[in-house]
Design a protein around this ligand. Sequence first.
Ligand SMILES: [Zn+2]
Length: 410
Amino acid sequence: MKPLILRGGQQRGPRFWGVEKHADLQIAAAALNLIVESPWPDCAAQKFIGRMPMDKELFFRRRRAGAASRLAAAICSFSLFLVAPLVAAAPGAAAHLLIYSIDVEGGQSTLLVSPTGSSLLIDTGWPDNNGRDTDRILAAMHDAGITKLDRVLITHFHVDHVGGVPDLVKRVQVGEFLDHGENREDSDITRHDYAAYLKAIEGKPRRIVHPGDKIEVPGLGIVVLTADGNVIHTIPGIKPVPNPYCAPEPKWTLDASENPRSAGILVTYGRFRFLDLGDLTKPKEVELVCPDNPIGHVDLYLTTHHGLDQSNSRAIVDAIHPRVAIMNNGAHKGGSPEAWQTVHSSPGLEDLWMLHTAEDSDAAHNSPEELIANPKGDGDGAYFKVVASQDGSFSVTNSRTGQTKEYPKR
Ligand SMILES: [Zn+2]
């Protein structure tokens, strides 16, 4: 069985009909195991995920509908007529995990959507700016074809991560909030942001996570590696290995902020592995991977702490051997030359994508423009979309350029 991927807007394909409802598409997706991506915003509901056996024809039957939905169906069926040549992937491969690295101008907001449409949002960006960061989260959700969030993980209580929650909950239904427990930072600003978070999620389910906990997202394996200053030393099913990069690592001093309390997670989808440690700082990174590395290698690494030099120690970056890194920096936040260099020169790295040009750095410590989502200052909000397969292959799309780079399975 080979999965087929159809992408709208490129080339005419055979025998497609519109379908009116997302539910119909989900049924079709389940039956046919098919991926369709429509370029028309009005047809976002037509985006669905699955696989189709090679021996079945692609055929959707138009149902009876009112004039409005007939029109919508006509528009959307047109987009479905415009399909690319069928792309066959490896036999037995499943559908896709989607990961959106959303530009929140130097904060974090990362959306994971499983093949069955289950979702986890990691952090919510900043408050204010007329709901800018919620707008951008909603844009990613729209692209993924989801309308609610099953879970939101707040890595820690700094404003660039938790600040978006009050606006988010007004506009998006959230099933459960996860975090590391109470604020540990003795500062008025973080006390304020923590209080605003508690007020915003009042009456909603909240769960405190600890290292070793699983986060239930059907189809994915998600384990908490760090939380509230505690770190995991063994992950079920993974044998820790001695880490040769620990010896040269300097002794770092622990900071008293919320950063080292960050809830960090490892996401597994088949052979594909993604690491997001929030803003964990170097002493805790080293504690996590020294003397033994419990994580192993990862395919995708969200650079910790926006690519700041307070994080991204060589002991962890070299040990996890990322294939691709995404730096969630802003134009003037993160992206420090030292951290950029550490990640860029880590063994096995193929590409370092950046949400922004690091304007306070230099050309030698910025990636080529095609790997940057927002090369010219604030405000554009372009994002990266990662589409990962169970066989470990994945792609990264820069929403600014529309260009996609494939990383084949190894
Ligand atoms: Zn941050």
